[in-house]
Design a protein around this ligand. Sequence first.
Ligand code: THU
Length: 160
Amino acid sequence: MKSITITATIELYESIDKLPVDVIKLMNTAIEAREKAYAPYSKFNVGAAILLDNDEVISGSNQENASYPSGLCAERTAIYYAGAKYPKAVIKRIAISATSLNHAVTSPIPPCGACRQAIAEYEVKQNVPIEIYFMGERGEVAKSNSLGDLLPFAFDKSNL
Ligand code: THU
């Protein structure tokens, strides 16, 4: 038997103000998108903003449904639109912010497993790491330099 050890690095910024200026702008776009969430069931509003290498920014929010599993997270709403609108563009970074109507969200909210799998598809496709910044409504902002740090040992096309 042999074993492998996987390490991942997540950087933590004290608050949004400590981010590089261009990332603050992207995060503010995610915050604006968050306000457009349709989340009457969970009351948990998420916004995502994606910066492409053609300088376009695509944003999205979670869209819920009375048939709960038919809803979609903010990250996938945004990334599928980015892929549909600019199929050749490289995704440089994603900013994510979440808030709740029920309680203060002060710790970083990471993308769910299904969204990590969706982002992984694009990272593998473009063979360029995607930076991911995520936060609640305030407080610390977490950053991973690659989706691979959030989803090690991922299933991808090489497994087919
Ligand atoms: N949600 C997202 O939009 N992104 C995530 O990564 C986690 C969860 C949404 C889905 C649902 O509308 C609500 O948050 C509660 O799970």
